[in-house]
Structures are given as structure tokens and as C-alpha cells.
Design a protein around this ligand. Structure first.
Ligand code: ZN
Length: 391
């Protein structure tokens, strides 16, 4: 993709540089804690194993959290609840409308106050042999005023369907995926543009994940989680103590995760600074140099991808775009903080988020919308705080 919201190469390079130092400091502290657990020097492959062992008292292993996370409760009392509180939207199942397969469910999305139909959400939850893996949002019809078309948006997951009469129970990670994809769905449904080619998620790659990453903030939010996290048999709410521990678990191990990600970003950007006349480098030396230059050389942390295994360096429309996950996360963390300090789950925050971000598609520079929302450029602090990287 030729366009990027980050604006300039120096912006792209400054961002990882600002996170590198605190991330390295945390990774070193994490390494020292893990090194206590074994005599041999800690290697990259020991790291996740030992981290997993120390996390063995995590909330998900002490109680089966899944019993509290039933798919339709998450959809109707989680996703739809947030859409109602934030944007005044109602989702109604339309049994009379047929999807592309019998098991696909169609929901109509309307504005509660006026009854105006915004569009349709086509939910395709279940895995099947011919379906792509993973989870994604898709667009069958792009919203546009040019042809007076309302959007038809799909949400696709690969849940294994339960036995008849049994509930579909989810992990916290799967619930997070649902909220993430629903963030994309709302980007498609709340789109309000003239041309279909600018609608909804048709924005630059480094901002397309932003609304959906922000939407993950509602998964464990105190105004949302208690509504949908109820035991599928007893109806009892997920104990508050477990909810708190799930919230705490979010910031653990972030030193390692951030450094291995940034190291891959540094390698990616180093490749894209070369010209065709530069001689082919030795790959291992090249990777090592890129990490050292970026200040990301931590014993026991390898880059998430090395040059030899790094598909996103050139393929799949990335091309110097691997940094975009971090860039999105900086804006995402800043926006989450904005929500939390401006009323949380409310119509005033939701409407502002819709008018500055979700409705505009690519008709305006998405970064202008972000600045309008935040009242200035996104600040790095919320991200550092979220990742537990503040000293
Ligand atoms: Zn996404």
C-alpha cells in the first residue's frame, strides 16, 4: 500500500526508538527474574517456557473462565450492549434474510432513536473445511451515498460448533477477537462517505487496525464484562476477583513481547533503507546490526522474525509496514485513555469517536480525525503505561 498515516520515514523511526529503551529495561528485568528458575544461562527458547510456568496460577487455570463466556451472551450482552451505549445502535436478528449458507446469521443494525437502518451484519461463526483460518471482518457492500447503498458487513470466525443443545464457550482470547472484529464491523456500518472506494475500513494499513484495537478496551471493562460474563448454567457472574486478575495479567511479559516485536520492525526498516546497488549482506550479520543500531540487543530475546523467515518484509502489501502494529497501538492506547478520561462507555464518547473516526473512511486524512478526537498528536505515555513499560 502506497499510503501511510504515519506521514514520514523519520516519524516511523522515532516511534520504535522511543519505546525501545523502556522495553529493553523491562526485558532485562524479566530475564533476571526467569534466570532464577534455572542454572543454565537463559536462552530465547527457555523464555516462553519459564514465563508460562510462572504464570501457572493465572486466572484462566484456576477456574474455567470459559464457563462464563458463552458466544451468544458475548455477542448480545457484550458486543451489542457496547454498540447501544456508545452509538445508540440496535442489532436485531433477521431470520427472514438468508445468508450465503444456512448457518450464517443476519442482523439488521438500526439507530435506536430514529429506527433508521444503517446496514446488515452477516455473522459467520463456525469453522468448515473450505473456510479460511482465523477471524476477520469482510465487506459485501460498501456504504456509499453515490449509489445510495447501505453496507453489508460480515464477521467471520472459526469456532468449532458445539454438540446440538450445548453452549459454545469461549476463551478470553476468543472474546477479545470478537470485540476486535466487531470494531471493524462498526467501522463498516457507521461509515458515512460519498464514494464506496473510501468507505469504512478502506483506510491506510497503519490506521485500519486502530478502531478495532480500541474496541478491545471493552472486553474486561467494568461496565461491560459483568453484563456478558455469566455462568452458562447458573447465570452467576464471573467473580470480581477473577475479573481483576484477568485485567492484571494483561501487562505481564511485555518487555520480552515488545523487544522481539521492535527487533523485527528494526530489521524490516533496515531492509527498506537499502538501495539496489548495496551488496547482498550476510543475513545473520544484517539482522544483528539492525538490532544493535536500534538498541534492541538483549541476551535471550531473538527478533520475532529474522530476515530469512520474515514474510511481512515485502509480501502481503506490507513493505516497510511492520511498524504499523506499534503505530496503531500508540494511537489505540491514546484513544483508550481518551475514552477513560472523557466518560468511558457513553453516548458522548461514542458519538465523538464515530464522527471523528468511524464515519469518515478515507475521505479525510484519518490522522486529522485522530488529532481532532485527542485534541492533538497522540502521546506515547498511554502505550508505555499499558505495556507496563513506565519506570
Ligand atoms: Zn483487525
Amino acid at each position: 500500500m502506497s499510503q501511510a498515516a504515519a506521514g514520514s520515514p523519520s516519524n516511523v523511526q522515532d516511534m520504535p526508538a522511543q519505546v525501545a529503551e523502556p522495553a529493553v529495561r523491562n526485558a532485562v528485568a524479566e530475564r533476571e527474574a526467569l534466570q532464577e528458575l534455572q542454572d543454565e544461562p537463559l536462552a530465547a527458547w527457555d523464555w516462553p517456557f519459564l514465563a508460562e510456568r510462572t504464570a501457572s496460577d493465572s486466572p484462566e487455570t484456576t477456574l474455567d473462565v470459559r464457563d462464563y463466556l458463552e458466544l451468544y451472551a458475548v455477542v448480545e450482552d457484550g458486543l451489542f450492549h457496547t454498540a447501544r451505549e456508545l452509538f445508540g445502535l440496535e442489532f436485531t436478528k433477521r431470520r427472514d434474510l438468508k445468508g450465503y449458507l444456512p448457518e450464517v446469521e443476519v442482523y439488521e443494525c438500526q439507530r435506536a432513536e430514529t429506527g433508521e437502518t444503517l446496514g446488515l451484519m452477516v455473522a459467520d461463526w463456525w469453522t468448515r473445511p473450505t473456510k479460511s483460518g482465523g477471524a476477520w471482518m469482510g465487506t459485501l457492500v460498501h456504504q456509499n451515498h453515490l449509489g445510495a447503498q447501505k453496507p453489508v458487513i460480515t464477521v467471520n470466525t472459526n469456532f468449532v460448533s458445539p454438540q446440538p443443545g450445548q453452549p459454545k464457550l469461549l476463551t478470553v482470547a476468543e472474546v477479545t477477537t470478537l470485540f476486535h472484529e466487531f470494531g471493524h464491523v462498526l467501522h463498516g456500518l457507521l461509515s458515512d462517505v460519498h464514494f464506496p472506494s473510501f468507505a469504512g475500513t478502506k483506510v491506510a494499513r497503519d490506521v485500519v487496525e486502530f478502531p478495532s484495537q480500541v474496541y478491545e478496551m471493552w472486553v474486561l471493562h467494568p461496565d461491560v464484562l459483568p453484563r456478558y460474563a455469566r455462568h452458562h448454567r447458573t447465570g452467576e457472574q464471573l467473580p470480581e476477583e477473577i475479573a481483576d486478575r484477568l485485567r492484571e495479567a494483561d501487562t505481564q511479559g511485555q518487555g520480552f513481547a515488545t523487544v522481539e516485536y521492535l527487533a523485527a520492525t528494526a530489521i524490516d526498516l533496515a531492509w527498506h533503507e537499502r538501495t539496489h546497488t548495496d551488496p547482498a549482506p550476510d543475513l545473520e550479520t544484517f539482522d544483528q546490526d539492525a538490532m544493535t543500531t536500534a538498541g534492541l540487543d538483549v541476551d535471550g530475546v531473538d527478533p520475532r522474525y529474522t530476515s530469512a523467515t520474515f514474510k511481512h518484509i515485502f509480501a502481503g502489501g506490507y513493505a516497510a509496514g511492520y511498524y504499523s502494529y506499534l503505530w496503531s497501538e500508540i494511537i489505540d492506547a491514546a484513544a483508550v485513555e481518551w475514552f477513560n478520561t472523557n466518560g468511558g462507555l457513553s453516548r458522548s464518547t461514542g458519538d465523538r469517536f464515530a464522527s471523528t473516526i468511524l464515519s469518515r473512511g478515507n475521505e479525510a486524512d484519518p490522522m486529522d480525525g485522530v488529532r481532532e478526537l485527542l485534541g492533538g498528536d497522540p502521546d506515547m505515555q498511554p502505550l508505555l503505561q499499558r505495556r507496563g513499560l513506565l519506570s
